[in-house]
Design a protein around this ligand. Structure first.
Ligand code: GCU
Length: 679
């Protein structure tokens, strides 16, 4: 069988010396309460137990020594509650408490929460503690998610192709739904619940209105029924022109009463089937998608109309800020801010404005999106991309939590120092009640879900950061490696290095020093800094690097596009001069001469070449380390990763050679000696 299907939920036998120690602390499971979520929590614990100890974990109805007692607070017996009451006051509705307590002289472990979902999260956490071989002896974990809506965005089409998907086809087998329920659906839900993901948008942002027909709502309901016990809400993308396409109306104008009624009826129809339906994700007036602008209306008009339709059912609208058009050739990076910031405070309470992490498009590195911090009266949802559209698809090993962490940690300075993006997103900066983080999924029908075995780490890491955006990416790397491959110290230490460096490696060999969007046009795979074959200027790589004989880079300071003005002070001032701009963002904000002298005293041209060369060497190093890991991992994934790393190396060289050769025609400068002759 293909290794990797089990993701990080591998419940392999615990080593002999630890087995008795653990087993001595888990006698039986004693569930209190009823319901399908509690049932799946018990089942998961039993499944894990059997894997760890090759013995069935019995259920009991009364508490004995070393039992695991699980249940929501209100279902716990009165003699248990006092020992966890204090902890229970510290968690939110999805949080949990795992605590070793004594009832009289009887030691038991209690896993409790305010809600069944919290209990399930507690159970998964308890299992993870064993997977990570942590001691259960005095266990006392009190944890809550810091972000409310932790959502995967599937860019899956109804014909099962996946936009920017590199792991096979869509896992949603629409054709056989609602009757055929695949085991993958359950395992998908388990994997998500284990990291706290509580929502999934099933369909592509470039939406089809067909998913809103009764025939499809029935299919969506079938999936929602599978996911519900795991605390996962289902959402759909709403194509703005649906009333026209499905409803016999001749307009989709959001201020038209018939259109408003159409959406209300549609929402009622969906909620009648799926009472806990999450709501809609909308891409409007972006890349040719229909939207309120088609009728001379604003994003607020569009978003609020849909928000009103789902509000009676407690639904939300995630309205995307990813907008730019060919009619604004000045600077694409500025448009979302200009279009959305003036509307701050006008969106209804159940609208989240969903903003990509950077102002262009999921590049290997971008400065944080200037909208973060600039709309204090509007809940902003982070949109990360887990699928590696611009980062080597599923051929390259890139550990994305490092990228996510970098963005979340950036200081927007909007309310003085310490106003990090994470604080905008978790609502703490401006006291927001509704909060969210979305990740564009990298999941498909590949037997290991993500194609590249290490792509799983990005799904895992997204979930962990959506739960707690302050989590250290190093901790995520270690956890994932231990649960996925091996707990051996030597393995974990060396491979943690590999994961943590892999993000910088891809930046080095693709887009160092603030270069961006120089991938080949359309598919975005491989280098293509030259003029592409797409007619829209802002889809052309030359638009972004602006190389000529005088220099390279995009001047976004005041004499240039002045996109910099969208940031707060002191960023504005700092980045207005190349000398005080972090070198990682240099060419994002400045157009500089090829012989511009950088901090190390060498020219820009020399430094650019050095970065590309470094990227190649980074991959060589990854390969060397991986080759030493053979003894720690199964042959299948060892060899698969080894072969994929060869692609990555070949392509890192391809990137280096192509980009340097291309830019050399402008720089007219010699390549430094460390760049090898082409093979
Ligand atoms: C990128 C991507 C598109 C996608 C778009 C979006 O531009 O290439 O495929 O539709 O982002 O996020 O809407």
């Amino acid at each position: 069988a293909q290794k990797g299907y089990d993701l990080w939920l591998q419940y392999d036998p615990v080593e002999k010396d630890l087995k008795d120690q653990y087993r001595g602390q888990i006698n039986t499971v004693v569930p209190y309460g009823k319901g399908e979520t509690l049932n799946v929590a018990v089942l998961e614990l039993q499944k894990a137990y059997e894997g760890f100890f090759q013995k069935k974990l019995e259920k009991s109805i009364s508490i004995g020594g070393q039992d695991v007692v699980i249940g929501v607070k209100n279902d716990l017996p009165p003699y248990v509650l006092p020992s966890v009451n204090n902890e229970l006051t510290q968690i939110n509705s999805e949080g949990f408490v795992i605590k070793k307590i004594f009832i009289g002289n009887t030691p038991v472990t209690v896993i409790t929460a305010q809600s069944p979902q919290g209990v399930l999260y507690g159970v998964f956490r308890f299992i993870r503690e064993i997977q990570l071989r942590k001691s259960l002896e005095n266990i006392n974990i009190v944890d809550s998610p810091k972000i409310q809506k932790r959502v995967l965005n599937h860019w899956d089409n109804l014909d099962r192709t996946v936009e920017r998907g590199y792991a096979g086809f869509s896992i949603w087998d629409w054709h056989h739904l609602p009757e055929l329920i695949k085991p993958e659906y359950v395992d998908y839900a388990r994997a998500n619940a284990s990291i706290g993901i509580n929502g999934t948008v099933l369909t592509n942002v470039n939406a089809s209105s067909v998913v809103l027909t009764p025939q499809y709502i029935e299919k969506v309901k079938a999936l929602a029924d599978v996911f519900r016990p795991y605390g996962i809400q289902v959402y759909l993308t709403a194509r703005f022109s649906s009333p026209l396409e499905l409803g016999d109306l001749d307009t989709a104008d959001p201020l038209n009463p018939e259109v408003r009624q159409w959406w209300k009826d549609k929402a009622d129809e969906i909620y009648a089937q799926i009472p806990d339906f999450g709501g809609f994700l909308v891409k409007a007036n972006s890349e040719g998608q229909p939207g309120p602008n088609n009728y001379g209306r604003s994003h607020v008009d569009g978003a609020n109309m849909l928000a009103e339709a789902v509000a009676p059912h407690k639904g939300i609208v995630m309205w995307r800020a990813f907008v730019y058009s060919e009619h604004d050739p000045d600077d694409r990076a500025k448009q979302a801010y200009s279009e959305f910031v003036p509307f701050d405070g006008q969106f209804h309470d159940n609208v989240l404005v969903q903003v990509k992490n950077g102002a262009i498009d999921f590049q290997p590195r971008e400065p944080f999106h200037p909208i973060f911090g600039a709309m204090p009266k509007t809940p902003l949802m982070m949109e990360f991309q887990i699928t590696q559209e611009y980062l080597g698809f599923s051929s390259h090993l890139v550990f994305l939590p490092k990228l996510f962490e970098e963005v979340l940690d950036e200081d927007t300075f909007v309310q003085g120092e310490g106003a990090t993006v994470a604080k905008v997103i978790d609502g703490s900066l401006n006291n927001k009640k509704l909060t969210g983080m979305a990740g564009v999924a990298n999941i498909g029908t590949a037997k290991n879900w993500t194609g590249h075995p290490f792509g799983q780490a990005n799904w895992y890491g997204f979930g962990r950061l959506a739960w707690d955006p302050y989590t250290d990416s190093e901790e995520i790397a270690k956890e994932w490696l231990k649960m996925t491959f091996s707990k051996d110290r030597a393995f974990v230490e060396q491979m943690t290095e590999v994961l943590l460096n892999s993000r910088e490696a891809v930046v080095n060999y693709m887009t160092p020093l603030g270069l961006h969007h120089i991938m080949d046009t359309g598919h975005h795979y491989g280098p293509g800094p030259w003029v592409g074959n797409l007619d829209r200027p802002e889809w052309n790589p030359v638009y972004y690097h602006r190389a000529d004989s005088l220099g390279v880079g995009f001047d976004r300071t005041a004499p240039g596009s002045n996109a910099l003005s969208q940031y707060a002070e002191p960023i504005r001032e700092m980045y207005s001069s190349p000398e005080t701009t972090p070198e990682k963002y240099l060419l994002w904000f400045h157009h500089l001469p090829w012989d511009y002298q950088m901090k190390n005293g060498k020219t820009l041209w020399y430094n650019m070449a050095a970065k590309y060369q470094q990227g190649v060497e980074d991959v060589e190093e990854m390969i060397n380390t991986w080759n030493e890991m053979q003894g720690y991992v199964d042959d299948q994934r060892f060899e698969q990763t080894q072969m994929l790393l060869q692609i990555q190396l070949k392509e890192a060289k391809w990137w280096r050679n192509a980009v340097l050769l291309y830019f050399q025609q402008f720089s007219g400068m010699e390549l430094p000696d460390f760049i090898p002759e082409p093979e």
